[in-house]
Design a protein around this ligand. Structure first.
Ligand SMILES: *Cc1c(COP(=O)(O)O)cnc(C)c1O
Length: 323
């Protein structure tokens, strides 16, 4: 385990060196239709086109690559049924080490198969009666492996910050940067990059309406815990932001707003129809807030992170089919 410390922009730069030539430098997309709709200049960082289909590959790969050789040889453990687990399994495979993923026994078959396909060992637990973090810690100790949490971990935060580092390098300074917010790995890493590379840029996180724990936390000045929220944004269903993430957010994030599931669906449809890309519900959080006027941005240069594209086609079709 890395010692408890708050990462800085230097860590983001170190992460970029580690992932260079391995993670994709994803494209920055633009849309005249979207620009005209909101009267601003929008730059979409397309992490739905990242390896593994989400920005999580950046933090996962960076975290393994940063371990010293003997620690790394013990392998890694993650708890998640989502993009972090798949990213970690994929990164472990590329770095030739063993991975164990602790997943709920009702995880979708497709996700289990994809994770096993990357060579990971899958350990199941009952999400209603068992504590996944406790199980993961036990597995890590028993196997001499390192637990890599999905967001509350310095090298994960630093790795996630590399997407926005690339965005500023390709488009220059911005007035506004908007990212999805779950546990805060993406938002806090992005905020570090924004502060360093575009000091005047406002940074805003977007949560699902049903789970605005991050917004409540910034308002209250301490981490607020909520019951597990219900939303189609399955990558942002956390009960609280991370302890490493929150101080970075307090220092560098200007605001947190929320969007509804209906706004996420309309945004998924917009991307499919107009920009010909598949963005998963959670990946639409930031764009939904801009395209629906939740964040005023008229006349501004705005960076928007499309965080992922992992949604099975049947779910995607069912969601965008509803009118
Ligand atoms: C994990 C995830 C998020 C939320 O990221 P955090 O670092 O937990 O805030 C957003 N979008 C997608 C696609 C994700 O997989």
């Amino acid at each position: 385990m890395t010692a408890w410390r708050i990462p800085t922009f230097d860590d983001v730069k170190a992460a970029r060196k580690r992932i260079e030539g391995i993670a994709h430098v994803t494209p920055v997309l633009t849309s005249r239709t979207a620009d005209a709709q909101v009267g601003a200049q929008l730059f979409f960082k397309a992490e739905n086109l990242q390896r593994g289909g989400a920005f999580k590959f950046r933090g996962a790969y960076n975290s393994i690559a940063a371990l010293d050789a003997s620690t790394r040889a013990g392998g890694v453990v993650a708890f998640s049924s989502g993009n972090h687990a798949q990213a970690l399994a994929y990164a472990a495979k590329l770095l030739n080490i063993h991975s164990t993923i602790v997943m709920p026994n009702d995880a979708p078959d497709m996700k289990v198969a994809a994770t096993k396909g990357y060579g990971a060992d899958v350990v199941f637990y009952d999400r209603y009666t068992e504590d996944r973090e406790a199980i993961s810690r036990r597995v890590a100790v028993a196997r001499g492996a390192t637990l890599i949490p999905p967001y509350d971990y310095p090298d994960v935060i630093a790795g996630q910050g590399t997407a926005v580092l690339e965005l500023f390098e390709s488009v220059g300074e911005l007035d506004l940067l908007v990212t999805p917010l779950g546990g805060g790995g993406l938002l806090s890493g992005s905020a570090l990059a924004a502060r360093a590379l575009s000091p005047g840029c406002k940074v805003i996180g977007v949560e699902p309406e049903a789970g605005n724990d991050g917004q409540q936390s910034l308002d209250k000045g301490e981490i607020v815990r909520i019951p597990v929220p219900k939303s189609i944004a399955d990558g942002a269903l956390v009960t609280h932001v991370g302890e490493h993430n929150f101080p970075i957010m307090q220092a560098n994030v200007d605001d947190i707003v929320t969007v509804s599931d209906a706004q996420l669906v309309a945004t998924m449809r917009f991307f499919a129809e107009r920009m010909k890309i598949i963005v998963e519900p959670t990946g639409c959080l930031a764009a939904a807030a801009i395209l629906h006027g939740v964040i005023a941005c008229s006349g501004r240069r705005v960076g928007i992170v499309l965080s992922g594209g992992n949604v099975d086609l049947a779910t995607f079709a069912a969601l965008i089919g509803e009118r």
